[in-house]
Design a protein around this ligand. Structure first.
Ligand SMILES: NC(=O)c1ccc[n+]([C@@H]2O[C@H](COP(=O)([O-])OP(=O)(O)OC[C@H]3O[C@@H](n4cnc5c(N)ncnc54)[C@H](OP(=O)(O)O)[C@@H]3O)[C@@H](O)[C@H]2O)c1
Length: 324
């Protein structure tokens, strides 16, 4: 058994990661970090968590608890200041270590990175495209994961100057903290774009693809799940994606004519891809659906941790829906 600590366990991503760790056959939870719940029992987060779990510690103490793997589920600025413990695998679910150019943090995240010299120690890993290359892993963003699964394998087949990514996410993508923009009154029976032209996943996508895309996110009135529709000019996309993901346990390229759907990926750590041709314009349309808290966050974090620790890639993950 290898040991795990979670920081920021009371947030949505932290809670979801806790759920994966508790169901993991080869990880034992040794420290549950949460500044807001420090000193309280695990059931303070959820009444289903009983007395067998360690009580909440301040995040600093959970980080120093000596775990083999630390999952950092903190806000971006908090995570940026982390000092990773010697020898441990650390998977950061925030955006704090995804961008190689520290100057981009000021521009896209609104804070100056406190440890710019350490950014090169972190490896950005969508496991199907590039598995973790170091013990410090920058877990990709939810929108970026879906966009890269759809586009990275075909980057050499498409016109790089004209890619449009229309993205939609459920409201849990905004986190647990109360905000006017994710208030039920603003979200229910509504769909609207947000951070148009300024979303922080744009530079992350550009860094990974090597070219910029026009990325527009929208908020959906659902709790979880995310879908990106990518409009590209190019040939051979469907064949390349099928080839790339033929043996991938968590990414499914759907048969021709079948569209990815939130309902099939919600609550799982899988992603679905579908490829279509637009009869009118000849454009190729690649759609990817995943759960923002699953493959878009906790599921991928545990997948990355498994690879970094030498465990089976899908250990502890939710690979299927009810029909599998
Ligand atoms: N939500 C997603 O779909 C998603 C997907 C990919 C990546 N991420 C990234 O993962 C990190 C955590 O995201 P999240 O969605 O879990 O955010 P969140 O729910 O807002 O939680 C973030 C932190 O805020 C604290 N917190 C918990 N409940 C709170 C409340 N009611 N009011 C104020 N603060 C509260 C928690 O820290 P303590 O427990 O220490 O108090 C937690 O670590 C972020 O960097 C985010 O960008 C999120």
């Amino acid at each position: 058994m290898q040991t795990a600590a979670i920081l920021g366990a009371s947030g949505y991503a932290g809670q979801e990661t806790l759920d994966r760790v508790l169901g993991h056959p080869e990880l034992e939870l040794v420290a549950l970090g949460s500044d807001s719940l420090a000193g309280r029992g695990a059931s303070a987060l959820d009444v289903r968590l009983n007395g067998h779990l360690p009580a909440f510690l301040p995040n600093e103490e959970a980080l120093a608890a000596g775990a083999d793997v630390v999952f950092a589920c903190l806000g971006n600025e908090e995570a940026a200041a982390l000092a990773p413990p010697e020898g441990a695998v650390v998977v950061d679910l925030s955006g704090a270590h995804r961008l190689k150019d520290a100057a981009l943090y000021d521009e896209w995240y609104g804070f100056e990175h406190p440890l710019p010299g350490a950014l090169s120690d972190w490896s950005y890993a969508v496991p199907e495209l590039a598995p973790p290359a170091s013990r410090l892993v920058a877990n990709p963003g939810c929108y970026a994961t879906a966009t890269l699964l759809a586009l990275a394998p075909v980057a050499d087949l498409i016109d790089r100057t004209s890619v449009v990514v229309d993205a939609k996410s459920g409201v849990s993508g905004a986190g647990r903290a109360l905000k006017e923009s994710s208030h039920a009154g603003a979200v229910l029976e509504n769909v609207a774009p947000y951070r148009v032209g300024t979303h922080q996943h744009s530079p992350e996508i550009e860094q990974a693809l090597g070219f910029a895309v026009c990325f527009v996110p929208h908020l959906l009135p659902v709790r979880r799940g995310l879908l990106v529709t990518c409009y590209v000019n190019g040939d051979g996309v469907s064949e390349r994606l099928e080839e790339t993901y033929a043996d991938a346990p968590l990414v499914r390229v759907l048969p021709q004519g079948v569209a990815p759907e939130l309902a099939r990926v919600q609550g799982t750590d899988t992603a679905e891809l579908g490829v279509f041709e637009d009869r009118s314009t000849g454009k190729t349309i690649v759609v990817c659906a995943l759960d923002n808290l699953g493959k878009g966050a906790a599921g991928q974090a545990v997948q990355n941790a498994n690879l970094a620790l030498g465990l089976p890639e899908t250990a502890g993950l939710r690979v299927g829906g009810v029909l599998v």
